[in-house]
Design a protein around this ligand. Structure first.
Ligand code: OGA
Ligand code: MN
Length: 204
């Protein structure tokens, strides 16, 4: 695990992002995919875009469904992941002299065809999101399924396939990115590491 944390710290320091394969092992991904929560899509809601846009405009920007997670009440396989992200916070604070405090994290489903247009994760009116952290949960994902995370770097773009166990971490204030439409349902756990305590999103 420490090798993963080291690679994340190095990637962030050098390039503003890191891509880590097998951050979650196959048994860890299996345990998450077996949860009821991922089969009862009625518990998911349409994601917003940070301000009060109309439904129609929002759906032209992003089409994913989300369910906020809470460290105290999440089922064990999810808690394991959330605990690891909190360990990562401590590690990055020490390694990169940051003062990260907490994380806000949700399950995410992109139905086939859904996408998220190019954007930055830090809102103009709220700069507490410092790092974006996404872990993918899709087995046997091939290039032709689409669904890439496309990051816009200084002189190139970088695509990541949403393969089970892969984690991407990037600076929320710097890296513009988008999610390309896929031919399959695309599952992930999406989160942001904050420089303050997280609000109780699951109550909203
Ligand atoms: C987001 C986002 C990327 C992905 O939720 O803000 O950009 O690969 N997600 O799911
Ligand atoms: Mn984003």
């Amino acid at each position: 695990m420490n090798a993963h944390f080291d690679a994340i710290a190095d990637g962030l320091a050098e390039h503003g992002y890191a891509v880590i394969e097998q951050f979650l092992s196959q048994p860890e991904v299996d345990a998450i995919l077996q949860l009821e929560q991922f089969r009862q899509t009625g518990q998911f809601k349409k994601a917003g875009i940070g301000n009060s846009q109309s439904l129609q405009i929002r759906e032209q920007i992003r089409g994913d469904l989300i369910q906020w997670l809470d460290r105290d009440t999440a089922p064990e396989p999810v808690q394991l992941y959330l605990d690891r992200i909190h360990e990562l916070i401590g590690f990055l604070n020490r390694a990169l002299f940051l003062s990260l405090k907490d994380a806000e994290i949700h399950f995410t489903i992109y139905p086939p065809g859904a996408y998220y247009k190019r954007h930055l994760d830090q809102f103009k009116q709220d700069d507490h999101r410092k790092l974006s952290v996404i872990c993918y949960l899709n087995y046997d994902w091939q290039e032709e399924h689409g669904g890439q995370l496309r990051m816009y770097l200084d002189d190139k773009t970088m695509d990541v396939l949403p393969r089970a166990g892969t984690l991407v971490c990037f600076r929320s204030d710097q890296i513009e990115h988008e999610v390309l439409p896929a031919t399959r349902e695309r599952l992930s756990i999406t989160g942001w590491i904050l420089d303050r305590e997280a609000a109780l999103k699951h109550l909203s």
